[in-house]
Design a protein around this ligand. Sequence first.
Ligand code: MG
Length: 346
Amino acid sequence: MNRQRLALRFKPYHLQLKNTFTLARSSRTTTPVMLTEMEYNGLTGYGEASMPPYLGESHETAARFLSLLKLDQFNDPAQLENILDYVDGVAPGNCAAKASVDIALHDLLGKMMGQAWYQIWGYDRTLMPPTSFTIGLDTEAVVRQKLRDAAPYKILKVKLGRDNDREMIETIRSMTDLPICVDVNQGWSDRQQALDLIFWLREHGVVLVEQPMPKTAIDDMAWLTQHSPLPTVADEALQRLEDVKKVHGVYSGINIKLMKCTGMREAHKIMTLAEALDLKVMMGCMTETSCGIAAAAQLSPRADWADLDGNLLITNDPFEGLKLIDGKIVLNNHPGIGIKPRDLSA
Ligand code: MG
């Protein structure tokens, strides 16, 4: 009798960033990731944990967590809920490491079923929102260069939250009329000033404001959302399913990232709950390989906005298969999440 068992492998990898990535609170040139493979009956699923340092995970923590997992106790990948409940319960935190298992298992199971995940979930891939292209905080000359890189995109995402917010937007507006999402990364502290700036941003073609104030400023955020002419989106304020209730009534929408919420299984649940609560949904990402982005893209036809440019910001993507046409990710119908390791011998 066939007694196949699930087998998990993992290896550390460093993503090289095209540009120094500058946020309101930090900057860096590489991102550590852990690449995972799950094998069963001759099929392999691919996964990834992306671990920007400010989130507290690292190659060391991920290796420690993944070493604790005893997946050979499972002999049916279709028991996805049981397997991922077990993984989540092994230790608290470790959300990116958990996502690396979740993504690999989904990829594997999709391959066993012969379907892509957007097909299994019943999503219409033509409803994919355009992917926003991120422009970091920088000097005017660098911003001009990044805007040239952004030429194929239909929507921009601009990082604000320093003292040159209006200048950044004016620089971009002098070169393009594309709609802009802004991400403040908790950078504004005064709600009235924040509201005044949001009205100004709306006049300059901005369509949404992500995490304008600190995640702890709940009353100020609720007030700001109530008065804001633009939707407000929770990013740092929302990590997992249990947080959706907390941001309901405080923000107009949420930014779901697989690395925050432990992967595709929970992201799908968060989306369902968000819809029931009338919260708008953005699918977001960290700097990731095409693996993590392809996994998030499977859910994105159901999202209002897609911010899935993480793989475009790196120079050493070990996967291929993700296509971007006219500024939108075009999902293929390959089973699983639709990517494969890049053939480096070619
Ligand atoms: Mg953000």
